[in-house]
Ligand binder design. Structure first.
Ligand SMILES: NC(=O)c1ccc[n+]([C@@H]2O[C@H](COP(=O)([O-])OP(=O)(O)OC[C@H]3O[C@@H](n4cnc5c(N)ncnc54)[C@H](OP(=O)(O)O)[C@@H]3O)[C@@H](O)[C@H]2O)c1
Length: 313
């Protein structure tokens, strides 16, 4: 496993991490044994960064992680998030009020069965929240109290990324970046690199599309809490599948498309860690092995040109 420094946090993180959204059933039904086999495989292979959120299964993923890491908490850099309301009348809304974040952080600590969270991230704050001073003061106080070690943001847009970097308060940025969505490399990555802000790449497999295993008929299985019901509704899914076919040149004997997709993210010099979701131990093993995969200069060039000239046109 290769390790990199996560920006100014100084944390040494494995270049491949584990995302645990899938463990809460957001990619269809899950069994805890599968989730636990993914976590076990991660630790066995030197994957030392696990990302979760209080929103995944309304705390389910955090609770599972808390149990799974009992007796081995020190092996993992644990990142979670708060700000998405998942229970009660405001379900589905965002809340970054100081008292709300203060309270849900305590709940995350309990579910994770830990005294300190290594990285606490605001979960999808907009530019106004990022620019407000109050929430950062709370995070700084919690850091001084030892409840969190570092803090950052998980964001959706370039504008939010730029605001977080220019604001100077966020230690890290978590953002989507993959072969089908390379926008983060345009503006956010160069700025983050210059400011020594750690970059965490999320959704590197575009929610399993970039494994190349999905077929048009799979769309029928995306319903309920499956994030793909919303992301890949209607004609979008067919269009995304057609783009994946154009990327098959990255697949080779001994190198799966998923591994090439993860290697593509990892090669960017601003990126410290690529967090792919892994449903089970098998997926975790395949993803961890991507740390050793190198794409050729020609392959990289072709993948970038495809996005710029065709996918993003
Ligand atoms: N706003 C936010 O903060 C936010 C948003 C999204 C994600 N995230 C974080 O980023 C992490 C990663 O994103 P993601 O989980 O949404 O998407 P992803 O990593 O692009 O895709 C993960 C899915 O791909 C499939 N997969 C993974 N490895 C595979 C392999 N080797 N072979 C075959 N299939 C494989 C699995 O689903 P199937 O087995 O069902 O195909 C898995 O759940 C999340 O877990 C979460 O921690 C954060």
């Amino acid at each position: 496993m290769e390790y990199r420094t996560l920006g100014r946090t100084g944390l040494r993180v494995s270049v491949i991490g584990l995302g645990t959204m899938v463990h809460a059933g957001h990619f269809g039904p899950m069994k805890d044994e599968e989730s636990l086999s993914a976590i076990d495989a991660a630790l066995e292979l030197g994957v030392n960064f696990i990302d979760t959120s209080d929103a995944y299964g309304a705390g389910y993923s955090e609770t599972l992680l808390g149990k799974a890491l009992k007796g081995r908490r020190d092996k993992v850099i644990l990142a979670t998030k708060g700000g998405n309301v998942m229970v009660g009348p405001n379900r589905g809304k965002r809340n970054f009020a100081v008292d709300y974040i203060g309270r849900v952080m305590e709940e995350s600590l309990k579910r994770l069965q830990t005294d300190t969270i290594d990285l606490y991230q605001l979960h999808n704050p907009n530019v106004d929240v990022i620019r407000s001073g109050e929430i950062w003061e709370l995070l700084e106080r919690r850091k001084k109290e030892g409840k969190i070690r570092h803090y950052g943001v998980s964001i959706n847009t370039t504008e939010e990324g730029v605001a977080a970097i220019e604001g100077g308060r966020s230690d890290t940025i978590q953002i989507e970046y993959n072969l089908l969505d390379q926008e983060a490399a345009e503006e956010v990555f160069p700025l983050a690199r210059k400011a020594n802000i750690g970059v965490i790449v999320r959704v590197p497999l575009r929610r399993s599309l970039l494994t190349g295993k999905l077929k048009p008929e799979d769309q029928q299985q995306f319903h309920g809490e499956d994030v793909r019901a919303r992301n890949f509704a209607g004609e979008v899914f067919k269009r995304e599948l057609a783009k994946v076919e154009r990327l098959r040149f990255l697949e080779k004997p001994g190198r799966s498309l998923a591994q090439a997709a993860l290697a593509f993210c990892a090669v960017h010099p601003a990126v410290s860690i690529v967090i792919a979701g892994a449903r089970d131990g098998r997926q975790m093993r395949e993803n961890a092995a991507a740390a050793d995969v190198r794409l050729s200069a020609d392959e990289l060039q072709r993948a970038k040109e495809l996005w710029r000239n065709e996918f993003n046109a």
